[in-house]
Design a protein around this ligand. Structure first.
Ligand SMILES: Cc1cc2nc3c(=O)[nH]c(=O)nc-3n(C[C@H](O)[C@H](O)[C@H](O)COP(=O)(O)OP(=O)(O)OC[C@H]3O[C@@H](n4cnc5c(N)ncnc54)[C@H](O)[C@@H]3O)c2cc1C
Length: 400
């Protein structure tokens, strides 16, 4: 049989799209192809679990709009489906007066993005909220929440399934063939036919675009984020979420403390270049994938500009004492012995040929494909509106 749409990737983005597509078009024949034995095994199952409010993102960007809408939608979805979640609020802490100046800008940005309730706090007020936080000032973001995105994605998959979508696991996509009006998708689990393909393959989305014969115009570069867990007896040091003031020169949010929805507290993630796309451990290395990164002109340009950050991240990854020092800027009482190695995740970050990280979400339609090529954080938060946007983009194609 020929499916109307095949979705490649059973992560939170592909599943959100699949669920909304079969909800809106009950007769749609939709197939989800996932290479692992279950859904949410990569970025979706290895993240901080934060429902971001949207303060950080450039006003007018897709990230800003879809994050603000997505946070509301995520809280409603979790409430409706019995998925554990909590609006615990967040403090973004300034370590010194220079960072305090940047917090003002951040508040303006957040307000421009439509976020209500942002408050700049002095040391006393901030310690009423987080008694152990360090720093000279803080921006309170009261609407930030937490959840478990693996559970959210599993629910998307369940709803999609009950509405008729087929999910094939263990079905790594290996290639495509065009044949009169349809695409033959070759997978480890056999061939499937579809009229349209939505590529949501996360860390491999650029590779899938190339397999389809399309130049993605960028490369996915994997950045591993490592976490440490606070030992149980010291969890009281953190009530909600404590983040640093972001460095405008640095593309990631910086190591932060996160109270998880299941009760533990962790610190992380750092951002270390990984030598394998699914390289969750320091020693993971895959020659072909590492060479692909190193020989990419965009990577070499980025490395020339950002090598100091890169080296600092490697040092912080190798030396726990450096990691703990970053954490002490946020919570001075935290000590080396309070932290034990935790999990890790790998970010699929798109890098442009000019050496800049692609900042905004990026969707690239080509022939019978839509390639979802850059959906890093806050895409878990924004997954419902992202799925809806993809649906808007492919809706017109369904009748051809
Ligand atoms: C360390 C870390 C912390 C983060 N923290 C947050 C946060 O707090 N809040 C937030 O909103 N966002 C956060 N994010 C971002 C968020 O997790 C991602 O943006 C989101 O999960 C992306 O979902 P996805 O479906 O695109 O990718 P994925 O979840 O990676 O899914 C892609 C899927 O495609 C499959 N696939 C790949 N290749 C093939 C193939 N050839 N054939 C078939 N299937 C294939 C993979 O197995 C995978 O299941 C974080 C990310 C990381 C890594």
């Amino acid at each position: 049989m020929t499916y109307d749409i095949a979705v490649i990737g059973g992560g939170i983005v592909g599943l959100s799209f699949a669920m909304q597509a079969v909800e809106q078009f009950p007769h749609l024949r939709l197939l989800i192809l996932e290479k692992e034995a279950g859904v949410a095994r990569h970025q979706t199952g290895h993240n901080s679990g934060v429902i971001h409010s949207g303060v950080y993102y450039q006003p007018g960007s897709l990230k800003a709009r879809l994050c603000v809408e997505g946070a509301r939608a995520m809280l409603e979805f979790c409430a409706r489906n019995g998925i554990p979640h909590e609006v615990c609020g967040k403090l973004i802490v300034a370590a010194d007066t220079e960072e305090a100046g940047r917090l003002e800008d951040l508040r303006e940005r957040g307000e421009a993005n439509g976020i209500a309730g942002l408050r700049l706090l002095g040391p006393e007020a901030m310690r009423e909220i987080e008694p152990h936080a360090g720093g000279v000032r803080a921006l309170q973001v009261p609407g930030t929440g937490i959840t478990d995105y693996a559970l959210v994605a599993a629910k998307y998959a369940e709803i999609a399934g009950t509405r008729g979508a087929d999910l094939k696991t263990g079905a790594a996509v290996l290639g495509f063939q065009n044949s009169a009006g349809e695409i033959v998708i070759q997978t480890q689990a056999g061939d499937f036919q579809a009229r349209y393909v939505v590529n949501c393959a996360g860390l491999y989305s650029d590779r899938i675009a190339r397999l389809a014969g399309h130049d993605p115009g960028l490369m996915i570069v994997p950045f591993r984020g490592e976490y440490y867990d606070l030992v149980e007896s010291r969890r009281e040091l953190v009530r909600g979420l404590i983040y640093p003031t972001p460095d405008p020169e640095y593309p990631f949010l910086g190591v932060h403390f996160t109270r998880r929805i299941h009760g533990n507290v962790d610190a992380g993630p750092n951002a270390v270049l990984a030598f394998r796309r699914e390289g969750y451990h320091r020693t993971d290395f895959e020659l072909g994938e590492a060479m692909e990164t190193f020989t990419y002109s965009g990577f070499r340009k980025m490395a020339r500009r950002q090598w100091k950050y890169g080296l600092a991240e490697f040092r912080r990854s190798l030396r726990k004492s450096e990691f703990v020092r970053s954490c002490q800027k946020l919570v001075p009482e935290v000590r080396d012995e309070d932290m034990t190695p935790g999990g890790s995740g790998v970010r699929a970050q798109a890098l442009a040929p000019d050496g800049n990280l692609v900042d905004d979400f990026r969707f690239v339609p080509r022939e019978r494909f839509l390639h979802v090529l850059n959906v890093p954080s806050p895409a878990a938060t924004a997954s419902l509106p992202i799925g809806r946007e993809i649906l808007k983009m492919v809706e017109g194609k369904l009748n051809h």
